[in-house]
Design a protein around this ligand. Structure first.
Ligand code: ZN
Length: 644
């Protein structure tokens, strides 16, 4: 189904890509400056929020309507067993949910581009309160639908044909109907803070254990260290990644020793916080008669636990490639032993390329060409700042980082902090992947099945990153540039597939301890983590005494089985990029089908349509074979350099 188009469809898509290229050539020149006044950036490079609301006044009017809508919805409570009333209620509920998402997006986009704007801040808070209100209404809606027996649902569809429209939402809620307990048990679980039915990403709902962890991280004293110039600097979790990657080995060793030594002093408290989280997850799972927390939390997105086991087994089977990477690092860095603090310093010197936005955007469109004209047409529209969907440059009060955010019925918005470097081009390709995914899902699905689950999100973004990486590597100006691009690719795969899978194994081990009713102590956790580091990095890697406490500062272990999806996302993105680049018959169409599918089918089925079956080793093996080849080529390229 094609619900809407937000831009004019050209008859020949190639012409449209050509016109995007032409529009990019005519953009005004601008040099990014992090301290710039927002007003000094040419308007074309800033968001045009007019597609959402014409003015702040129009937003305020829509807000008043939404508040009125909430009051009117409440009048239906208690009448939802009547199919006609339920149909009308669902109609109003979903329009209101969409209206509130739109109000929130506008307020959010205004706020992130100027974090000092008090009126935008107030609008943002108001919108968040409305989001809370519609989530509470969602609980009422869910309970009404789950209260029906299967026979009653069938009868309701007959009595109120209008209800059929909502079948996808009803079916998705009822997929786990057999996990619903009697009303009294449900009441108690709600009091205990049940999150298995949460309507938003689970990692956005911090538990008290996660809050305790965050507080400990912010209050824990860290030492000061001497930087590369010998000046004493206070170590923080903010500057830790910087010092951990320092070219001066003493600095990076002191940074890691400083953080790990401090974690060590508080490790029992960290262990207690994490144990509480794991026991809580197990409690929620068992309350709903799941055998394991893994099953319960993957079932939320309809993911087979087999995917988790397959990921771990396949990555384990390719550990030798990571061992070779460790050996290569040693050789290139000229070290006899390689420690955790030697992993983050760039192995190859960066090639400084000046890539102003118009050129960077053109590069991306060229790199994405294998995805075909339909993909390029949408990408070309979104990346062209003339269409108002992209906020390119940093300014004094703009929030850092990048994202893509969207609401059904309006084109997606991409926030960047573009600084003319290769990294920024890569970030743009990534966010563009999310944006095109949203746009294609929205234009091919009705509202109810337009939103893709988090599990699929990083497939679309990393597929673009990989196509860009391939294109840049193929067009590198020098062997030095090629070596640098390959080293970046290797690091991405090491940190996203190997490291996150190692975290996934740790996550599983902690939950298994909780499920077996065994004590979860710091000593035990250190033991598990240390063994994992040793087997992942291999015999050529030196593990120091405090290294096994690294688990203590990783926030992802509080995200209820989320971390594995970074690894499956990148592995799938690589596999798809490879299939598309190799022109495998049906690869491009299959991938577009996945993007256009939104949430119309279970995520694993959509992914299968794109040629990736995550219950089997193939896709993950393909990604790790790419890692293996990258390490080999990098070794050869750097050898030539060493011999010269
Ligand atoms: Zn992303």
């Amino acid at each position: 189904m094609r619900a809407r188009r937000w831009f004019v469809v050209s008859l020949v898509a190639v012409v449209s890509v050509g016109s995007a290229q032409a529009a990019l050539s005519e953009l005004p020149p601008y040099r990014p400056d992090g301290n710039a006044e927002r007003g000094s950036i040419p308007a074309v490079y800033r968001f045009d929020l007019g597609a959402l609301y014409e003015s702040d006044e129009a937003w305020a009017t829509a807000l008043a309507d939404a508040k009125q809508g909430l009051t009117e919805l409440a009048a239906y409570h208690g009448r939802l067993h009547d199919p006609e009333a339920l149909a009308t209620y669902l109609d109003r509920y979903f329009s209101l949910e969409l209206a509130i998402h739109r109000l929130t997006l506008y307020a959010n986009l205004e706020q992130v581009t100027d974090t000092t704007d008090q009126r935008a801040m107030a609008r943002h808070q108001t919108a968040l309160n409305l989001t809370d209100a519609i989530m509470n209404e969602g609980t009422v809606m869910r309970e009404a639908i789950l209260a029906l027996t299967p026979a009653e649902v069938e009868k309701a569809y007959e009595q109120a044909p209008g209800l059929k429209r909502f079948e996808p939402a009803i079916a998705e809620l009822r997929r786990r109907a057999d996990r619903v307990l009697d009303p009294e048990a449900e009441r108690v679980l709600a009091l205990a803070g049940d999150n298995l039915w949460a309507a938003i990403d689970l990692n956005e709902l911090p538990s008290d254990n996660e809050r305790a962890f965050q507080s400990l991280i912010s209050e824990m004293p860290l030492p000061s260290i001497a930087d590369g110039q010998g000046n004493q600097v206070q170590l923080t979790f903010g500057n830790y990644p910087l010092y951990r990657a320092a070219a001066d080995r003493r600095v990076r060793r002191e940074a890691v020793a400083g953080v790990f030594g401090s974690l060590k002093k508080f490790e029992s408290t960290f262990a207690a916080a994490l144990a509480g989280q794991a026991r809580r997850d197990v409690f929620m799972a068992r309350a709903r008669h799941y055998d394991t927390a893994l099953e319960a939390y993957l079932d939320k997105d309809d993911i087979d636990p087999q995917v988790y086991e397959n990921l771990i087994a396949t990555v384990r089977a390719h550990a030798d490639a990571l061992h070779r990477y460790v050996a290569l690092r040693k050789r290139v860095m000229g070290l006899d032993d390689l420690h955790i603090y030697d992993l983050y310093v760039p192995m190859v010197e960066g090639v400084d390329k000046d890539l102003p936005f118009p050129g960077g955007a053109k590069l991306i469109l060229e790199a994405l060409a294998p995805l075909g004209p339909e993909y390029l047409e949408t990408a070309g529209q979104l990346i062209d700042p003339n269409n108002g969907a992209i906020d390119v440059y940093p300014s004094a009060h703009k929030e850092s980082g990048a994202f893509s955010s969207s609401v059904y019925g309006v084109h997606p918005y991409i926030k960047l902090n573009y600084m003319d470097r290769y990294d920024d081009v890569s970030t743009l390709a990534h966010e563009l992947g999310h944006a095109v995914h949203s746009e294609l899902a929205d234009s091919h699905q009705p509202y109810l099945t337009s939103r893709y689950v988090p599990f699929l999100a990083e497939v679309a973004s990393t597929c673009n990153e990989m196509l860009l990486s391939q294109y840049m590597t193929a067009h590198a100006d020098s062997k030095a540039e090629r070596a640098w691009l390959l080293s970046e690719l290797a690091e991405t795969i090491r940190t996203t597939i190997y490291r996150q899978t190692m975290f996934a194994e740790f996550d599983l081990a902690v939950h298994k301890l909780a499920e077996a009713g065994e004590p979860i102590t710091a000593e035990r956790l250190d033991g598990i983590y240390g063994d994992l580091v040793r087997s992942y990095y291999g015999p050529g890697f030196t593990v120091d005494a405090d290294d096994s406490v690294e688990w203590a500062y990783i926030p992802h272990f509080y995200y209820k089985y989320y971390v594995y999806s970074y690894a499956t996302g990148l592995a799938s993105g690589i596999a798809i990029a490879q299939r598309v680049a190799d022109d495998v018959p049906g690869a491009r169409e299959g991938y577009l089908g996945m993007l256009e599918g939104g949430s119309s089918k279970p995520p694993l089925e959509l992914l299968k349509g794109a040629g990736v079956d995550l219950t089997k080793p193939d896709a993950i093996a393909a990604a790790l074979d790419l890692f293996d080849r990258t390490v080999t080529e990098l070794g050869e390229l750097l050898q030539e350099k060493e011999q010269r």
